[in-house]
Design a protein around this ligand. Structure first.
Ligand code: NAD
Ligand code: DAU
Length: 352
């Protein structure tokens, strides 16, 4: 017996696939409709283990295609949305900002309009959950944390597009009463992450003895959270969060890039039976990312105090689990690093 139909957008991507898996397995009474257009980052292999479950459905659809999105809302009787679909890589946004404005801003607007029309002002038991990022807050100096009340100050085309989408979500709450909630999370790591992002890219390069392109001096700081902890936080906020509120999600786990890279090297070398630190010679300092934010750090006290969520995994354990996953899933990695990925890599790193 199905008592909720939840639309997850971008469910074939990294974090979306973890959330889809969690919801499909945990709530047999929910039907999960995964809407994804399958860009280079979307991969149905991420969901192989649950694709035949009776409470799961995949719909190939661009969130910017308003007519088609509206049809899905009506035909699948959608009562809740968890919106991940986005262009998500900062470096790509520097090369092609238009696609970021299109998907992240116009796509979010298309979903908001579709929800407003489908729910026709009857908002009881309905929710539009927007998944956002800590990058909307800009960059910190050596001290301090991002709070839910921190003013927006995005610097990259990616974070500007995410900030804009957050503003549209709040505008629909304030103007039309659409029930919404937003969470802003720090850097995720774990299985099924596309190897354009620091952790899977470097694990893959260390394994293949390829140079590790460290931007600038490697002194930028990120706050890392295990992806399954993010998915659990979203589950908690979706069910218990206060309508109209924002929740920051983070790991209280800050790492300078170069220190994190050395942990990855140590872990991979150990698991591959290489001499300790043997792969440090691969570290190659390259031209910095344009507009590179120095430091992100999330204060997730509100989430802990109000909804009793906190990260479950220590970083050392999470990184070892993650490295092992990539080593054991070479076929998954090979499939996505052949073809277009090679062109992307050459083009992105050629000038560096
Ligand atoms: P990802 O790039 O791995 O996945 C994005 C997914 O969206 C892909 O499956 C892709 O096919 C799909 N998609 C892209 N454009 C689409 C469109 N027009 N229509 C339908 N589907 C489309 O991204 P991710 O890292 O899993 O991030 C998911 C969300 O979480 C994003 O909104 C991102 O801003 C946010 N976020 C990510 C992180 C992180 O560390 N990765 C941290 C905080 C917030
Ligand atoms: O903070 C949340 C954000 O984290 C998400 O909103 C984004 O979707 C996600 O991509 C991530 O953004 P970052 O830019 O922080 O992640 P990325 O993995 O690209 O880079 C992490 C750090 O590593 C950053 O300081 C840049 C650096 N870096 C990255 C790459 C790809 C390098 O030094 N070399 C590299 O080749």
């Amino acid at each position: 017996m199905i008592d909720k139909n939840i639309l997850v957008t971008g469910g074939a991507g990294f974090i979306g696939s973890h959330l889809v898996r969690l919801l499909v397995n945990k709530y047999p009474n929910y039907r999960i409709v995964n809407m994804d257009v399958l860009t280079y980052a979307g991969n149905l292999a991420n969901l192989k283990d649950i694709e035949d479950k009776p409470n799961y459905k995949f719909v190939k659809c661009d969130i910017c295609d308003f007519e088609k999105v509206q049809k899905v809302f009506l035909e699948d009787h959608i009562d809740g949305v968890i919106h991940f679909a986005a262009e998500s890589h900062v470096d790509r946004s520097i090369k092609d900002p238009f696609s970021f404005a299109q998907t992240n801003v116009m796509g979010t607007l298309s979903l908001l309009q579709a929800a407003k029309f489908a729910w026709e002002g009857k908002f009881e038991n309905k929710l539009f959950y927007h998944v956002s990022t800590d990058e909307v807050y800009g960059s910190l100096g050596e001290e301090g944390f991002f709070l839910e009340t921190t003013a927006y100050n995005p610097h990259s085309p990616y974070s500007a597009s995410k900030a804009s989408s957050d503003h549209f979500v709040r505008a629909f709450q304030d103007t039309f009463g659409l029930p919404t909630v937003i969470s802003n999370c720090s850097n995720n790591y774990g299985s099924y992450q596309f190897p354009e992002k620091l952790i899977p890219l470097f694990i893959n390069n260390i394994c293949n003895n390829k140079p590790l392109p460290v931007y600038g001096k490697g002194e930028n700081v990120r706050d890392w959270l295990y992806v399954e902890d993010h998915a659990h936080a979203i589950d908690v906020i979706f069910h218990k969060g206060k309508i109209g509120d924002t929740y920051n999600i983070g790991g209280f786990n800050e790492w300078k890039n170069i220190d994190l890279i050395k942990v990855m090297i140590k872990t991979v070398d150990k698991l591959l039976d290489r001499e300790e630190g043997a792969s440090e010679k691969l570290i190659t300092y390259v031209t910095d990312r344009a507009g590179h934010d120095l430091r992100y750090a999330i204060d997730s006290t509100k989430l802990k105090e109000e909804l009793d969520w906190e990260p479950s995994l220590q970083f050392e354990e999470g990184i070892e689990k993650t490295v092992k996953w990539y080593l054991e899933n070479q076929e998954w990695l090979d499939d996505i690093t052949s073809g277009d990925y090679q062109d992307y890599y050459r083009e992105m790193y050629k000038a560096k």
